[in-house]
Design a binder for this molecule. Sequence first.
Ligand code: SF4
Ligand code: SF4
Length: 152
Amino acid sequence: MVGKEPWYSHGVRFECQPDCGKCCDQPDGVVFLAPHDAKRLAKYHEMDVQDWLDRDCRRSQNGRYVLRSRPEDGVCIYLNDDKGCSVYGVKPDQCSAFPWWNENMASNRSWHKTVQLCPGLRQPDSKVVSLPMIQEHLDKDAVAEKGFRTWE
Ligand code: SF4
Ligand code: SF4
């Protein structure tokens, strides 16, 4: 039996906007990590993975590692004063995947909220991101969201 096509099967117009940073500048935003994200970011900081996890991560309510947030406002520790990402070249997959997160695309209501947040989704002349590309990001988001709780 062939499943119903997703609403985004013909692609979605999107172009990330320069100097925006709204998706990062979210108090209490949570970035889940895949194991390879932790390896990449620890290497970038020239640290042992466990030491980096202890320094720059915290635990979610159910024990998965997530990026640490600034205590004063709950925003990601890697967001700099210019609203840019200080680890842009090695940022976690889940950051690269935004706005193509499973939770964002799961319902009209959550997608509507995502469009309101992200000006890159409100550019009528922007290019169309294709279904395979969207699906690739959704798959990476799913791996990150599964996360991990221990490091060997
Ligand atoms: S909110 Fe959208 S446009 Fe702004 S930085 Fe994030 S992905 Fe780009
Ligand atoms: S790691 Fe970078 S891209 Fe990801 S939330 Fe933090 S500042 Fe934003």
